[in-house]
Design a protein around this ligand. Structure first.
Ligand code: SAM
Ligand code: SF4
Ligand code: SF4
Length: 339
């Protein structure tokens, strides 16, 4: 029987963060001042092995999570990631197997990922302006590298791609239309993401958020849009299609129009904790019992209990929290559990 939480939300999706490391330093996610050479990333023995990830995923899929996404950190930094893709692809009952990546290493990995059975790709690119992009990834990459990854993904047949763009006021919000025009022409689905207060390190302020409504208005003024009904329960992006019939965009409005009521996502961290919310404070460890010899039934009982007790709806209560309470609340970092 499918598992439901305290608000009757089923478990449908699993996001697996395969590493806490990244080759970018996007200030909204892993600011370079904090994630410098002194920062202690997880030592290798703490990370779940591919066998451990696959075993836990098999149990979580049995409980209803049919859509799997690999993320991070940067998932392509995990050595031999394609082997994990192949192992997950072989599991029974997985409807969808996707990855979110910054695409920097994609040209050299794409064929192996395709051969291993990866079905869909989301690539993050916040702007086409090289100077702004460097600012938004901590000086680690030019736009050309990400475009090379996008072209490699197109050649390998991963079309349409989803492209994630975080929008920050005063940073990239004046370059949204050219981004939309570029991906419209290439037939990909651009998703604008409201800048979120994930983790505790990005110094988030509400003034830096550009609302989804404002983003739609900006794009619509030059490339007319109309809303489209959602595809399925739990779809996070609000969809708009171009009136000329050529393509669509998505808006992930976690701040101004939260969607906790239909949030069906569980997150597995690199060291084997499950989290029931992007803004969770604590996770439940599956690695410790697993390494202590727990059976599948015992691990399943922990997962059932964790989802069964779930009452998370942070984005819906965010605005009722004072800044002080928000700042004191120690949340898990995004690079740890993936977007
Ligand atoms: N490194 C990969 C990437 O960037 O695509 C995967 C992990 S990253 C944490 C997943 C997604 O989260 C990316 O699309 C990123 O832009 C988004 N993200 C990170 N920090 C964010 C924030 N503060 N607000 C909104 N989205 C954020
Ligand atoms: Fe790395 Fe992705 Fe976070 Fe940027 S958003 S720092 S690419 S994990
Ligand atoms: Fe889901 Fe938590 Fe985000 Fe709400 S705040 S949509 S419960 S991850």
């Amino acid at each position: 029987m499918n598992l439901h939480d305290q608000y009757e939300r089923p478990l449908r999706d699993l996001r697996i963060s395969v590493t806490d490391r990244c080759n970018f330093r996007c200030p909204y996610c892993m600011p370079a001042e904090i994630f410098n050479e002194r920062y202690q990333f997880l030592p290798k023995p703490h990370l779940l092995t591919f066998e451990e990830i696959t075993r836990l995923t098999r149990i979580i899929v049995r409980l209803g999570a049919l859509k799997i996404r690999l993320t991070g950190g940067e998932p392509l930094l995990r050595q031999d990631i394609e082997k994990l893709v192949a192992m997950l692809n072989a599991l029974e009952g997985v409807d969808d197997l996707a990855m979110t990546t910054n695409a920097f290493l994609l040209p050299q990995k794409i064929d192996a990922l395709k051969a291993a059975g990866l079905r869909r790709l989301t690539i993050s690119l916040d702007t086409l302006d090289d100077e702004i992009f460097r600012q938004m990834n901590g000086g680690r990459s030019g736009v050309d590298k990400v475009l090379a990854g996008i072209y490699a993904a197109e050649t390998a047949g991963f079309t349409p791609l989803k492209i994630n763009a975080v929008v920050q006021r005063g940073v990239n919000d004046h370059r949204l239309v050219d981004l939309a025009r570029f991906f419209k022409a290439r037939g990909h689905i651009l998703r604008f993401i409201e800048y979120m207060d994930v983790g505790n390190m990005n110094g988030w302020r509400m003034e830096q958020v550009v609302s989804a409504a404002e983003i739609v208005e900006t794009v619509d003024a030059e490339l007319p849009l109309e809303p489209v009904a959602g595809n399925y329960f739990g779809e996070v992006a609000r969809r708009y299609r171009y009136l000329d019939g050529e393509g669509e965009i998505g808006l992930i409005s976690s701040v101004t129009q939260p969607f906790c009521g239909s949030c069906t996502r569980m997150r597995l961290s690199p060291e084997g904790q499950i989290f029931t919310c992007l803004f969770a404070i604590e996770g439940a460890s599956l690695r410790d019992p697993l390494r202590a010899g727990a059976t599948d039934d015992e691990l399943e009982a922990i997962i059932r209990a964790t989802w069964g007790e779930r009452i998370d709806r942070y984005s819906e209560i965010r605005s009722s929290l004072t800044e002080e309470v928000r700042d004191r609340r120690k949340k898990v970092e995004m690079y740890h559990i993936g977007g």
